[in-house]
Design a protein around this ligand. Structure first.
Ligand SMILES: [Zn+2]
Length: 108
C-alpha cells in the first residue's frame, strides 16, 4: 500500500532492525521501545486489522508470533511476553511483543 510505513519497511525503502523474517512475515525492533527487545511483527501483505487477514495468513502470523515470543522471553530473561495487536497508529496490522517481568507487566 502506498504511503504505508510498514509496507515501505517490507519493501526495504525504510531501514529496520530485523529480528525475524520469512516469506509472509517480518519482525523488527520498535524504534520507540517500551521494554528491551520490544519488537513488532507484521504480515508482509497489507491489512489494517488482524481479523481482515485470511485464516491461513493469520494462522501463520500467530505461529510466528509464538515462536518470536519464546525467543524474546529466553533472550531477555523475561517472565512473559506481552502481545497486543493493533493497526491504529500505523494502519497496517502489527503485533507488539514486549518482554516483561512480573513486576513490570501491566494488569489488564
Ligand atoms: Zn502496509
Amino acid at each position: 500500500m502506498q504511503d504505508c510505513v510498514f509496507c515501505k519497511i517490507v519493501a526495504g525503502e525504510i531501514p529496520s532492525t530485523k529480528v525475524y523474517e520469512d516469506k509472509e512475515v517480518l519482525a523488527f525492533l520498535d524504534i520507540h521501545p517500551k521494554a528491551p527487545g520490544h519488537s513488532l511483527l507484521i504480515p508482509k501483505t497489507h491489512y489494517r486489522w488482524f481479523y481482515e487477514m485470511p485464516d491461513e495468513l493469520s494462522d501463520h502470523v500467530f505461529r510466528a508470533t509464538k515462536r518470536l515470543a519464546r525467543e524474546l522471553k529466553e533472550n531477555h530473561g523475561a517472565d512473559l511476553v506481552q502481545v497486543s495487536i493493533v493497526g491504529k497508529d500505523v494502519p497496517h496490522v502489527h503485533f507488539h511483543l514486549l518482554p516483561r517481568t512480573f513486576a513490570t507487566a501491566p494488569e489488564f
